[in-house]
Design a protein around this ligand. Structure first.
Ligand code: NAG
Length: 368
């Protein structure tokens, strides 16, 4: 039907002499809209690059020359300290999870987190949790760690307000126990992650030789976000703590990726910045650390954040992360996406275009 419509356009466009009517212009417009849908990811990269701030690295924060060593005792539960030495993962994914989210963790193990080899590379998924005041739940966690061997528990109370501590703990763990991983991904436990799509993106852009790996901080970039100056808000930030009118651009906290050299620099900066009181929200904090370390974020259109992404089989094959996914949905989508043949380039681009447009208008109209 689409093709037929365009054909009508073509015939009318070329047959009619005299001055052009409204129809050809309309036809051209429709044609360009369809083209735009097909190349929505490239357009998004281009538009974002226009909006990102071009300020150079900040020098307001003094980075420590040496850092306090991370001791294994800081972690109450963790797999063998040799886990990365043995497996040498190319990609280490650390999923931030709350102690009582067992169902979400199980759904992840049964889907994307269960993969160990993707596109010829070793991948590993572990869960980051904090402490709980519920003794029954604490016991269950010990049991879960013994059975599954994939929990890392930091020494801090697990609460929403302490999410930034969880990230600090995660960065320190990765730096100390997993320097082998070329890339570190931080993912929330309600995110449908797609290691295969991520590795395709990473290897096609930065798959070259080992010593050329740049400092990368990749995800959905939030631009020009203003600090919350309302003292009653839970994200309140005083002017003493952060004087700027907007935060440095940062990646959405639902899922982002750091390259090995970036993990080192960002965690160094985090060691210097973690004394801020109160700690900023997790993603803003990582953005501030990256900024202090002179690392600018890279926008990848396949990461979600903000409006949710409606389900489309080929769209989900291309997306690296989709947030707000319930455990049941994760199981269902994963089975659907992987049971059938991979989508063609045309299939992926059309589906991606449609789900991006739907997500954009859904957000505009207020339903997600
Ligand atoms: C954050 O963790 C620290 C260390 O365990 C704890 O003292 C503090 O109460 C926690 N904060 C919240 C809001 O849970």
């Amino acid at each position: 039907m689409m093709v037929r419509g365009l054909w009508v356009c073509k015939v009318r466009l070329w047959k009619r002499g005299g001055h052009p009517g409204l129809l050809p212009i309309l036809c051209l417009l429709v044609f360009f809209c369809l083209l735009a849908v097909l190349f929505v990811d490239y357009i998004e990269i281009w538009i974002t690059s226009l909006g990102m701030s071009r300020t150079g690295p900040a020098h307001g924060v003094v980075l420590p020359q040496s850092m306090p060593p991370t001791r294994p005792e800081e972690y109450l539960l963790m797999p063998s300290p040799l886990v990365c030495q043995r497996a040498k993962p190319y990609l280490m994914t650390l999923v931030t999870s709350a102690p009582d989210n067992q169902k979400a963790r199980q759904a992840i193990r049964d889907t994307w987190g269960g993969e160990v080899q993707v596109r010829g590379h070793r991948v590993m998924t572990l869960f980051m949790v904090g402490q709980t005041s519920d003794p029954g739940l604490a016991k269950q966690l010990v049991e879960e760690a013994r059975e599954r061997g994939d929990l890392v528990q930091g020494r801090f109370m697990d609460s929403y307000a302490n999410l930034t501590l969880k990230t600090l703990s995660m960065l320190a763990w990765a730096r100390r126990f997993c320097p082998q991983a070329r890339f570190l991904a931080k993912v929330d436990d309600d995110v449908m992650f797609n290691p295969s799509a991520l590795l395709r993106y990473l290897t096609s852009n930065w798959g070259g030789s080992e010593n050329e790996l740049p400092e990368l901080y990749i995800g959905r970039v939030h631009m020009r976000v203003a600090p919350d100056r309302n003292p009653a808000s839970k994200h309140f930030m005083s002017e003493d703590l952060f004087g700027g009118s907007v935060f440095p651009d940062y990646c959405s906290g639902t899922a982002y990726v750091l390259s090995r050299p970036a993990v080192l620099k960002v965690s160094l900066a985090a060691t210097a910045l973690h004394l801020l009181k109160p700690l900023p929200p997790e993603d803003v904090f990582v953005g501030l650390c990256a900024h202090a370390a002179g690392i600018t974020p890279t926008h990848c259109p396949y990461f979600s954040g903000g409006p949710s992404v409606p389900y489309g089989r080929c769209c989900y094959q291309a997306m690296v992360s989709v947030h707000h996914t319930k455990p049941e949905e994760m199981l269902r989508y994963w089975a659907e996406v992987h049971s059938t043949t991979p989508c063609s380039w045309f299939g992926v681009q059309t589906s991606l275009g449609i789900c991006k447009v739907r997500s954009f208008f859904g957000d505009l109209l207020g339903f997600q």
